[in-house]
Design a protein around this ligand. Structure first.
Ligand code: GUN
Length: 293
């Protein structure tokens, strides 16, 4: 079969949200508990603000309470930590998320270290990252975008065990954790990055490619083995005078070329993006469940 599948992340995310909504309402009815998510945004980067709006909207759609704090660009570490520490103690909050990247004068590590691991629904606390990497251990939470990528592979019955997976990018948010999730699923995993020589020779060996480099249209059709499955995590704004606002969204993969070679691929938008938010809701719900004694 040489059929091609466009992996519909928007549809899968909707079905996950529908399931979460049912569970949230059951929890409200039987335990009188509403899961709560706190979102901290520092500064006024337009795309960060838009991610935060989408997260809030998704919370509303399933009945999760969201509390958002928007702090000015010139906030100090103490200003941010004051909110983190107060949410750590607040029993109505089950998940705390600090939107990244932070303004450059703030030390990201110092702030993420202070979120208690039981509320670290982004999974970025070093203890959760450590537990994710170790064999036989379980983090409290798995980072949302990596979890969304794996969930899509599962939902489309893509075999991972024994397959060659190539991850493009090594960020703390996506590349590094998704490589470890694939390893945990018994893939043979290679990570390539900006210093890798001849990356296309490595991606051509891959049964599964996860592109998370932040480089528009970097992965060409010729980089892909016929029949491979491609997950495109990129969200890049490129200028396009013909587009409605003078720019449009593209992934890290050249979709028009890739869809002629790959057996399945996620589109941008409508692929991984909506799954990231669905996984955040799922992590917040599971946190609230764990807080029930
Ligand atoms: N910036 C880009 N992706 C993410 C994410 O998943 N969580 C947070 N907090 N910031 C991000």
């Amino acid at each position: 079969d040489t059929g091609f599948t466009c992996i519909d992340g928007k549809k899968e995310a909707k079905s996950i949200r529908d399931e979460i909504k049912i569970q949230v309402s059951r929890m409200a009815a039987s335990k009188n508990i509403v899961p709560g998510l706190a979102v901290i945004l520092v500064g006024d980067k337009e795309d960060s603000a838009s991610y935060v709006r989408n997260k809030k909207k998704a919370c509303e759609s399933v009945g999760i309470k969201s509390v958002d704090v928007c702090l000015p660009e010139d906030s100090s570490e103490e200003d941010v930590l004051k909110y983190v520490l107060s949410f750590n103690k607040d029993p109505s909050i089950h998940g705390i998320l600090v939107q990244l990247p932070l303004p450059s004068h703030l030390n990201e590590a110092n702030i993420l270290n202070k979120i208690i691991k039981e509320k670290d629904v982004d999974g970025f606390h070093p203890e959760n990252m450590g537990l994710l990497v170790m064999r036989g251990r379980e983090p409290y939470f798995v980072p949302c975008t990596p979890k969304g990528c794996i969930e899509l592979l599962h939902r489309y019955n893509v075999e991972i065990k024994g397959k060659r997976a190539v991850v493009i990018g090594r960020s703390n948010i996506v590349g590094l954790p998704v490589a470890h999730l694939l390893l945990n699923e018994d893939a043979t995993v290679t990570i390539i990055h900006s210093k890798t020589k001849n990356p296309e020779e490595i991606t051509r060996e891959a049964d599964i490619i996860i592109a998370a480099a932040g480089q528009p249209n970097m992965v060409r059709g010729s980089w892909i083995k016929p029949g491979a499955v491609v997950i495109d995590v990129g969200i890049n704004h490129i200028e396009d005078p013909n587009a409605p606002r003078g720019h449009r969204l593209v992934g890290d993969v050249c979709y028009e070329e890739a869809c002629k070679v790959a057996s399945a691929i996620t589109p941008v938008p409508g692929g991984v993006g909506p799954m990231t938010i669905a996984m955040l809701l799922s992590n917040t719900l599971s946190s609230a469940k764990k807080f029930i004694t």
